[in-house]
Every structure is written in C-alpha cells, then in structure tokens.
Design a protein around this ligand. Sequence first.
Ligand code: PLP
Length: 509
Amino acid sequence: MDSREFKEAATSSIDEIINYFETLGSRNVVSTVEPGYLRKLLPSEAPEEGEPWSAIRADVEAKIMPGITHWTHPGFHAFFPCATSYPSMLGELYSSALSGACFNWICSPAVTELETIVLDWLARALGLPACYLSTGPTRGGGVIQGSASEAVLTAMVAARDKYLRETVPESGLAEEEREERVMVKRSRMVALATTLTHSSARKAALILGVRFRAIPVREEDGYRLRKEALAAALAECRAQGLEPFFLVATMGTTDVCSVDDFEGISEALAEHVAPDQPGEVWVHVDAAYAGAALVCPEVRQSARIDLIERFHSFDMNMHKWLLVNFDASCFFVRNRDWLTKALSVNQAVYGNKASDGGLVTDYREWQIPLGRRFRSLKIWFVMRSYGIKGMQQHIRRTSQLGEEFAAALRARPDLFEIVTGPSFALTVFRVAAKSGEEPTPEEERNALTKALYERANASGKIWLTSTNLDGKFAIRLMTGVRTTERQHVETAVKLLTEIAQEVITGKPV
Ligand code: PLP
C-alpha cells in the first residue's frame, strides 16, 4: 500500500467507523456466532499474493463484525465499560505511526516525557495526594501499564523486594547465606486480599509463587474490608508463622463496586507494623474502574482518597470509564525507587549516555516487559479535548443514569430488590421476594433471577452480567458506557419489568 492508497483506505475506514458509531444501537449487543465460526469463513493459509484493500475491507463487515460483541453499544451494561472516544482513537493512530519500543528515554524522549507529564496531570485531576506526583515530596510518580492485572503484579514484585530488603540484612552476610535466608523468608510471605478483590491479585500471587489469603467480606459490612477483619487476618497469619507483606485494597469491587475502609485498613496495619518501618505491609489500591470517578471532587471525600498517602501504590484504568481506548492502566507509586530497585536488570545493549548519567526516566525499570508503546498520546488527546470539566460531566452523567435505573427498580418493589448500589453507576439487583407470610425460598429467588437474567440477555438489546453473593444469584447493570443515554436505560427498565412480571407470574404480559 503506497501513500495514495493509504489515504484513500484510511479516509473510507474513518467514514465506516463513524457510521459504525452512529448506527451501533441497531446491532445486537452480544455476538451470536457459534464457536469456530471464523475458521469456516477464512482460508486456511495466508494469500500467496497481496490482496487489494477493497477485498480486505469488505471482509471486516462480512466476517469480523458478526463475531464482535459491542462494548460501546448503548445497551452494554455488562462487566465494566471499555472506553473509546474519537480523540483517543486519533491518539492510537499517531501512536501506531510513531511505532517504537520506547523502553529507554533515548528511544523517543517525547514518549517518556509526555507520559510523566500526563500522569502528573491525571494524578492532580483525580486529587491523589502529592506523594504520587513525579514532582512530589517522596520521589513518587506514575507509569502506564497494559492492565490493572499487570499493575498489581508489578506492585507485588516491588513489595516483595522491599520487604526482603528491609527484613533480611543486605550487608554482613555471605552471599549464599543471604540467599538462603531470603528463600526461607519467601516461603513465609503472604499476600492478602479479600473475597471480593479482583482475581488478578490471586493470579499475581500464583505467578510470583507467594502464599495468598482472601479475607472474607460480608454483606453486613457493606462488602467492605474493615479494620476488625483485617486485624483478625493479620493475627491469624502471625499465629501461623506467616509474614503478610502485601494487601490489595479496592475502590470499586468488580461484583458490587464497594470501597474498602481505607481508614480502618491503615489503623489495623499501623497496629501490626508502624508505618514506614521495616516489614510494613505494602498496600496497593486497585481502583481499576471506580478510580475514574475521582475526577469529581465530591467522590474523593466519600472514598477518603486523602488516606492513600499512607499506602504505597494506586492503579486505575482510564480505558474503563475515562474515555481512553484500551489499554491505559495508570499506575502510581509513592516512591519510584521501590520499582526501580526491584525491576532494574541491566544488559550492555540497553546502556546509553542519558541513562548512565541518571538524569532520565527509563520506564523499562518500572514495568515487567521491556518494550512499550506511545500510550500517553491518547491520554493527552483525551484530557485536552474533554478538559477536566468534560471528564467530570461524563462521570456525573453516567452515574446519574445509574441513579435513575435504581429509582425505577425501587418503584417496583413487587418485582425487584436492590442488593447494592447504585454505586459508581453499578446497580446489583434480584427478583423480589413474593409478599406473603412465608418467605420465598432462596433457591426459588435465585432461579427466578436467573430466568430474568437469561431472557434479558437473549433479547440482544442489552447485555448484563451476574454475580453470586454468598449464595444469592444477582444481576449487575452498569450505565457507564459513553453512548448510553436516558432512553437506553428506559428501554432496559421496560424490558426487565416485562420479563420480571412474566417470570414471577409465569404468564406472558
Ligand atoms: N480490578 C478490578 C476492580 C476490576 O474490576 C478489573 C476488571 O474489571 C481488574 C482489576 C482487571 O482489569 P484488567 O483487565 O485491566 O487487568
């Protein structure tokens, strides 16, 4: 493809993409293809001769689109959103043109410097404590990771390294003896999370080969990790000779969007090991989805985000609720040396004057992979195009849709019971118990809720996900997608109401 052909192809592709967004609501949200559908449509080998763009392009609609589940569809209420916006797509376009594996500053100084700047912008926009700024008092800073899972793994690696440096003397021991002590210590170290923490924490522990304990969080605690539960878990670890070194605290759990009690957590930890003392527990705040809402000052107070200055790292995905295309997981640490000490591995081929002079940031030392894309460009484009006000407006508007959805359910107590929320545009609900002397058995309510869930999803108009809270089957409905408007929420309410009436009465309405 030469420049002229590229121009024609790109122009028509952009027209198609605009048309896609403008007509998105008329498609089925979820793909209905059968497993293996694509193998039947594509040849078993790549073409010997290059094909014209017109043939390739035609196959996007004919062969790829049927297998797409539309995450930006206005009826997408499943999981959490996966954002897109036009400025962000333009950022991706430039980024792919300026392709490079920008692991060191010299590999493209703008890539590194823009990342540092926009992550400082973001930290300020979210109201994070100054210790997370690259210019802050504690050598903090942010780095873009591919996912919240990568961020928690990176944090756990750094936390393990910090704990071992603090608890096994680095000098005064022969190398072999230190290695032996490190290995013994490692076998006792345990990462803590809760039963509602995202599975990425358990996966990180699996990858690192460290012990993992999930502290139960209960309905009566608002599905939050509280001081007493954490203190009990710490005591139990001590009694078993285990050494907690890492805790994931969540702002916006995946199932119900609860926020752990940061104050209680910091108190329980201070009673375990005093803050900033050797052997303290590293707290990583996973705010993958709900962290976006911190652009609104009113959210900061209720989440007590000021308290994260007592913690060690924080991560949120702009690509979930903050208008930036996948992937843009923004990971902040209170002291960047914790990352670089754990992750710097030198190889002669990567040495250069700027790095050796110590005056520049080489982000390869802040992450697991070596190479990295120019991801800050799309963040920069989005932050400049929307401004803080535009981002706040997006969060407030979609949160308001969540309020309206929950209000509509509350207006029908004969059909629905809200289990949690709305919290950060997520409402979790189930079919109401039947009124009468005898309580409806849980199994029956689970079966009715499941029937409602399956029939609503089969409509193709909306897509919902479900969860199981201590044996209670419940439906999650999230209103955070950029294209979702009031009328789409009304459609969802109407559909759910009709189906709920049918499943409860057993008769079509
Ligand atoms: N943490 C929370 C609270 C999540 O809800 C999710 C996914 O939805 C993740 C982590 C994992 O996100 P990622 O896909 O970026 O690894």
